[in-house]
Write a new protein. Structure first.
Length: 394
């Protein structure tokens, strides 16, 4: 049986279960879909688990433009079932390897990838984030017709991890050492990956140093991992800010030395930060904003010392703007920098090694759902019912 010249269903496609969102602000439903075999430069992964992330939620809620219907889920762990690469292009990966896949899947050949900026890979953003496709402009996931052949394409958010299988460009796939558990390791692909990029590339290595003081505003899945990465980089004062006391208590287990409940505090976040680090300094070396909120954006800028750095990690609905005091920015030589993720080919092996050596932990996971519970997981995330990081077991 063939369809549109794409090959036989038995040879080029397989049936699998996936959580599909068919309308913005709708509810995902697990259904049978078809996944295409990997094309050259790609691998097929049998997914073990996928992380539950706010960035998915922004697409589901229509805060950012993304094609619908779609399969979300952008940080997975699993086992390579098929690999369509040869020679050096395989990067030493083989069928049967336990792997993790990063949400940024660099093409390796665009201007940005060739100039050390693969965290903003032009091919990834133009194809995957705008069109929900891989790099030939096509999805690998389809709605089956009544006869079982592939029908309409379903958009892929990164590798479309909320499914039994994923097809991923090989530059987004990394082998796990035997010492790391498959189930928990999916969070390497976004929660820890994003945190590591924010700290290493945007924060500590440029605007901080061992012994630095930092504030992390928003202590969810990414924020709690920003805290532990700051600790690993040698920050001595780590201030966690949130409106939920249970999340702040959890932040302490991840390395926070001080906490601020911005909802119940009688003083503003910048005022409390100054109290903690001392008036002589006037603020922290680096502030990380992990919410994507105009108010907390300003809090981050106002919380840094002269010459300090404010790193913006949180995603906001398109068209959201924040106000900044221009004179303070100029006079006090404050740097504001955005950080979307990490540099997959350089940073992912470093993250895996740090976790294998115990310098970082996978301990931010507090809840595990099944694939059939995927819609419930994102409902819980939306309503603030998840402390730390949740994952979905496939």
């Amino acid at each position: 049986m063939s369809s549109n010249g794409q090959g036989s269903v038995s040879g080029s496609f397989r049936k699998m279960r996936g959580a599909v969102l068919r309308e913005v602000k709708g509810r995902m439903k697990v259904e049978d879909v078809l996944i295409q075999k990997p094309k050259f430069g790609e691998v097929l992964i049998k997914n073990t688990s996928v992380g539950v992330c706010h960035t998915d939620l922004h697409g589901m809620e229509g805060h950012i433009a993304f094609p619908i219907p779609a399969v979300f889920g952008h940080e997975v762990s699993g086992v390579i079932e098929e690999i369509n690469c040869s020679g050096e292009g395989s990067r030493g990966l083989k069928v049967g390897d336990r792997v993790v896949a990063t949400f940024i899947m660099p093409c390796g050949s665009c201007y940005y990838c060739e100039n050390g900026l693969e965290d903003i890979c032009e091919t990834f953003f133009n194809h995957n984030r705008l069109k929900g496709s891989l790099y030939d402009g096509k999805s690998r996931v389809y709605t089956p017709k009544a006869d079982g052949s592939p029908g309409d394409p379903i958009a892929m958010y990164s590798m479309a991890g909320l499914a039994e299988y994923s097809v991923c460009p090989i530059n987004g796939v990394y082998k796990l050492p035997d010492s790391l558990p498959s189930l928990d390791s999916c969070i390497l692909g976004c929660a820890i990956f994003t945190a590591y990029g924010a700290v290493k590339n945007a924060g500590m290595s440029l605007g901080g140093r061992p012994g630095a003081s930092v504030v992390v505003i928003g202590t969810g899945g990414v924020g709690s991992n920003v805290i532990q990465v700051c600790k690993a980089f040698g920050a001595s004062t780590i201030i966690a800010v949130d409106i939920d006391d249970s999340k702040l208590e959890f932040a302490k287990t991840m390395g926070a030395t001080h906490v601020i409940n911005s909802k119940t505090s009688t003083k503003t976040v910048p005022e409390r930060v100054v109290e903690i680090v001392g008036k002589a300094k006037g603020g922290v070396d680096v502030a990380f904003e992990v919410l994507g909120n105009p108010f907390t954006f300003n809090d981050a800028v106002l919380s840094v010392c002269d010459g300090g750095r404010a790193v913006m990690v949180g995603i906001a609905p398109v068209g959201t703007y924040a106000k900044v005091d221009i004179t303070r920015l100029v006079r006090r030589k404050i740097t504001i920098v955005g950080s979307y993720g990490a540099k997959a080919r350089v940073d992912t092996p470093e993250v895996i090694d740090l976790i294998a050596r115990g310098a970082l932990t996978l301990g931010s996971i507090t809840k595990v759902y099944s694939l059939d519970e995927a819609a419930n997981a994102y409902e819980d995330l939306k309503n603030g019912r998840i402390t730390g990081k949740a994952i979905i077991k496939i």
